[in-house]
Structures are given as C-alpha cells and as structure tokens.
Design a protein around this ligand. Structure first.
Ligand code: 8ZB
Length: 483
C-alpha cells in the first residue's frame, strides 16, 4: 500500500495484525471482541476521554505523573500511592526502554532479575511481557484512567495488548516517538506503524469504545521553538483523525518564558481545532497537555521545585487540560514515589492559588501568539504543498529537505540545521532558521529579539549563547548569561 494520509483498508490492517499479534507470545491473548466487551464493562470514570472532556468543560486542569516499575505488584502499589497521596487525576504506566525497542526477550530477563534481586532493574513497566490479563490487574486496582507513556517507534503490539487491557489513553506518534527517540528509524516506517495504532483506536471507536490519543509535544525537550512543536502536534492530530481517532490531546513542553508558553498553548489549542475542521474532521475532541520543563534540571530539590512551579503558571494562563508533572528528583533519575506525589501536591497548590487571579498582560501574550501562529501556518501550509495535498507525503518530504526540522534530535531523518537560542527575556527564538519556510517579517522579528540580548550582554550573537542556554536552568537561571 502506498504510504499516504488515507484511512487504511480493513483487510490490509487485518493482514498486518496477524503478524503483529504473532510477534510475541502474549499477542495471542488479544481478542478484539472480548476486549470491546471488557472495555465497555469499565465505569466511565476510567475513560481518559471522559475525564478530559469533563475537565475541559469545567475549565479545570488535570494532573498526571510519569511512573513505571517492572514488578507488577510494585507497579500497582506505586500507582495506588500516586492516586491517594499525590491526587493524580490520570495515572501513567511508563514503559521500559527494552519494550520501546521491541526487545521483549531482554525485558523478560529484566523482570526475572528484578524479581530475583527484589528491586527495579528496568526503567519502566514491560507491559508486552505481562500481557492482557496481568495488565488488567493494574486497571482494576485504581479508580482513575491510566495512560500508556513510552517512546516507541513501533508500538503496534504494545497498543494491542494495553488497549485490550483497559488503558484508555495512549501517548505517541509517528513523528514524535521517532525523531526524538530513534537514530535509524525512517519516518515512512514509524508513520506506517502509528497509522496502525490510530486505525486500531479508530476501530475501538467504531465499536463504541473511545480511547484518547496524545501526541508527544516536547520532542527533544531542549529549547524546541513553539512553532515546531505545535506544527508537528497538529500533523499527528490530522494523521490520527484520518484513521478514525475521536479523542486527541496535543502536547507542549514548557520552555520557561511564561508569556511565550501560555501563548504557545493558546495557539496549539486554536490551530489544532481549526486545521482539523478545515480538513473535515468535526467530531474529534481536542485537549491540550503542558509538560513541565523537559530540559536539564537543577539537582537541588528546592530549585527543582521552582522550575516545576514556574511551569504550572502557563497551564493556568492557557487553561491547559492536563499537566504532565515533573519531580524534584528529575536531575538524579527515576523519582521515588514520595517525590513524585509531593510534586503533584506542589502543582495542585500553585494551580489553586493562581486559578482565581487574572494577572498577565494579555497584549504581550497576543503579540507572542501572533508570531507563533504565523510560523505554524507557514510550516503547515508548506508541508501540505510539498505533499501535493497529502500530509504524510508532505511530512516525509519536508523532513528530508529541512522544511520541518527538530533541534538536537538523534534521528538521521531530520536535517538538524535549525538552532534555537533564548532572547533577553528567555523566550525561545531562532539562532539559525535552517530551511524552515519563514518570510522576512518572521526572520527579522527573531533577529531583533536576539540583538536586544546581545546589546544587554555586551557580546555578539553567537553559538556560545546556545550552549549557555542549554545549561542555564540547571545552573539556576533562565537565560544563559555570560560568566
Ligand atoms: C519523556 C521521558 C522523560 C521523563 O520521564 C521520566 N521517566 C522515565 N521513566 C520513568 C519512570 N519509570 N518513572 C517515572 N518517571 C520516569 C524521566 O524522569 C523524565 O522526566
């Protein structure tokens, strides 16, 4: 079948499904009709889409941590703790790195060694190895929806098993779980694998089971310009809608300048809905997700809490539907359950002290929205035209020529020519536009912003500013000032 942004032929899916379900022994546990009836037996409060819709209507922001450990009993206790002590509105199951690379044999060894040693020797929960029945124990041991969070270019079997098990939200996409996560996976392959996932979610939807899909907005998490993250999120929403997905969350990673971050989420929400409608998808429920800062964190827990609390502010300003909460142990590794729960309580406190205040200069937010929107439209309209009206074709061609590009990505399928840097107020601007399709008005806006910083710091605009910015927050400030 030629790769394009068109809903799959059902027989094509069924044929590929046989291969997918045979790729590991637990695949044979998956029975679609049985899964539909199991999912329909779950209360509505276990559906991420229901909880997201309710929060969206009530203008509330939901909180969700990341969490995953390899021993099933431990993982259940961890999620129950985060629900009870952290107040998580949606729980995660973060998948381990072996499973993310389809290396289920090593994941199996990791489970056995963890059981033998009595400690976590994998960095997440290996859901494929456990299979449908065991994963259902997780769903049945908590009271809120559980989402699969991972970083898997080929997540077809992971989706089959976890969706059948009752996870009602699934993160990732053919661009966002490839470019920042893999070196050698072609976009043609990862987009095809994720069309499978979206088609499966669409099949559940046709049978009355609404699964929420979420794009991984932060990408490489290092100074990613908002317009790049937003454009890619909208493209993945278009891919998912074409396959029949009815509930989609677009994500964005906090960059640090509060005005820019709030503006970014406003544009993300508005343009995702506009582009879906303009391509005829009127029945997809869109929600927004803010990720607390995804770059290098301070080791000191008090300073780490400052980064987390600052990151909560743009969620209040933009009324983001959900925050993916970071923890004060971000700089040291996988957090303890106590630190994870404490970060949830910290975030809730900031939300509830700010949500009654109207304190931001709306003109400054709108100025920022204007430039971000101009950039997003330039990128998306270019992708559409190089794809001759097809966003899948356009995406592959745009990445090959740098019309779409992600800074600091490991993938050899992105040019990596684009280079970001902060301006004098810490907003992320372009040091090098690479081949991004921006007009002179956009380019001179960024140059002027960088000249302001150069003047203030009494130094030339240089790559040294980029390096200083990469380490700035872990060293205690937003902008990487010269020593
Ligand atoms: C997008 C992935 C990076 C973030 O994902 C966190 N992360 C990864 N694996 C786990 C895990 N098993 N439990 C709790 N957090 C986890 C990292 O700390 C980082 O913040």
């Amino acid at each position: 079948m030629v790769l394009k942004n068109k809903k799959w032929d059902h027989n094509y899916f069924l044929k590929m499904r046989e291969e997918v379900l045979n790729s590991w022994e637990t695949g044979k546990e998956v029975n679609f009709e049985e899964a539909v009836s199991y999912l329909k037996s779950l209360p509505k409060e276990k559906y991420a889409d229901y909880v997201l819709k309710k929060a969206d209507e009530e203008k509330r922001t939901l909180l969700q941590p990341r969490a995953g450990v390899p021993i099933l009993r431990e993982h259940i206790l961890l999620l129950q703790y985060l629900q009870k002590e952290g107040g998580a509105d949606i729980l995660p199951t973060t998948i381990d790195s072996y499973t993310r690379q389809n290396r289920y044999r090593e994941a199996q060894i990791g489970i056995e060694e963890s059981l033998r040693e009595g400690k976590s020797l994998l960095n997440g929960f290996p859901a494929v190895n456990y299979g449908v029945k065991a994963c259902r124990e997780i769903i049945e041991s908590v009271d809120v929806p559980v989402e699969i969070r991972h970083g898997t270019p080929d997540a077809r079997l992971l989706a089959e098993i976890t969706l059948a098990a009752g996870f009602t939200s699934f993160e990732g996409g053919g661009i966002t779980y490839n470019i920042p996560y893999a070196k050698d996976v072609s976009l043609e392959n990862s987009i095809l694998y994720w069309q499978y996932v979206d088609y499966l979610v669409g099949l559940y939807a046709e049978n009355g089971v609404i699964i929420n899909r979420e794009s991984f907005g932060p990408l490489t998490g290092t100074l990613v310009p908002p317009s790049i993250s937003i454009s890619i999120g909208i493209i993945e929403a278009l891919f998912a809608a074409e396959q029949g997905v009815k509930s989609f969350s677009v994500g964005y990673g906090q960059c640090g300048n509060v005005i820019q971050d709030a503006a970014a989420i406003n544009v993300l929400d508005r343009l995702t809905k506009e582009y879906l409608a303009s391509f005829g998808y009127y029945d997809v429920h869109i929600t927004t997700v803010l990720h607390h800062f995804m770059g290098g964190f301070p080791e000191d827990e008090a300073r780490a809490y400052a980064v987390i609390s600052l990151g909560t502010i743009p969620a209040v300003l933009s009324k983001a539907t959900k925050i993916i909460v970071k923890t004060p142990q971000e700089a040291v590794g996988i957090p303890s359950k106590e630190a994870n729960a404490a970060a949830l309580r910290n975030t809730r406190q900031v939300l509830q002290m700010l949500d009654c205040q109207d304190f931001i200069d709306k003109n400054k937010v709108q100025e920022e929205e204007y430039i971000i929107e101009r950039e997003v439209r330039s990128i998306l309209n270019t992708v559409y035209s190089v794809g001759e009206g097809d966003f899948v074709l356009g995406t592959v061609r745009a990445f090959a020529s740098g019309l779409l590009d992600v800074p600091f990505a490991p993938s050899r399928f992105t040019l990596g020519r684009v280079m970001p840097v902060r301006d004098n107020e810490g907003a992320v601007r372009f040091f090098d536009f690479g081949n991004l399709p921006f007009d002179e008005e956009i380019k001179s806006f960024h140059r002027k912003k960088l000249e302001e910083r150069a003047k203030y710091e009494k130094r030339e605009i240089s790559f040294q500013m980029v390096l200083d910015d990469i380490y700035a927050i872990s060293k205690g400030r937003l902008v990487g000032r010269p020593r």
